[in-house]
Write a protein of this length. Sequence first.
Lengths: 143, 143
Amino acid sequence: MKAPQDVFAEYLANENLKMTPQRRIILDTLLKQDDHLSSEELYARVKKRDGSIGQATVYRTLKLLSDSGLVEPLDFADGVTRYETSYGKDHHDHLICERCGKNIEIVDETIERRQEQLAKEHGFTLLRHKMYLYGICPDCRKK
Amino acid sequence: MKAPQDVFAEYLANENLKMTPQRRIILDTLLKQDDHLSSEELYARVKKRDGSIGQATVYRTLKLLSDSGLVEPLDFADGVTRYETSYGKDHHDHLICERCGKNIEIVDETIERRQEQLAKEHGFTLLRHKMYLYGICPDCRKK
DNA sequence: GTAATTGCAAATTATTTGCATTGCC
DNA sequence: GGCAATGCAAATAATTTGCAATTAC
């Protein structure tokens, strides 16, 4: 499998865009600290490595990374978009604790199949989906 | 089944809040035109009935309606929160066309059961979930 | 060389809040 | 009558954009 950096470089070349040190650092930082970072949080980490990089560049690069398919925007219901690297990883959904924010990645073949099936029944070609389960985790329930 | 207006009135009384003409109009407008309105769109419609109602009141009332469980905020990935009335309606998920925005409401018992099951396996108490399927609808595919 | 990229600051968008006034219960 | 609600305008918060200077290819 190609390295994500190479995939990104190829994507950029294809679109007549350029690889820059800033873009390299941003992708690299995101790959390293692969939680579910917001643009803001990523910006903070990126600035530690190169203080001269601006917020706007982080936003712009995240959009490119999304378009290239390397990174996926997540949409928990709290007003901030978070990002995770999706390249080379299996698709998964999220099980989120409403109290503490704990976030567990889940996959279920039964559900995935039914989704395909449902889309088909309506004549749709399914491209992707998002599923978020919200509940209370065991730790929080005990308290 | 109680009328939504009555449910809302009861909710307000319970919380020591007050029913007002503005709140009545806002709920009524939302019930009538029950697409997936954004706060902005709802505000526009509400203003036709009473030009003196302010945006803030619409936002504030939508929050109350969400808290009361009458209305559900939706989160398609376009930066605007939309709302639908959920009272007295079965829960459903959404199948969305990425080209034309067509939005079909779907439910699937198999999926609902598996979701419960999955949450349980991780020790979570499931409160709610969101599932969005994104694809291309038959009409758009033909073009 | 030239078009894309950058950082900055100002602009936008969606939503929230402070406050003086008004109006339910 | 008293506390909640309203409308307005100003404040936030997240993200986008215009622009002059810089840089990758």
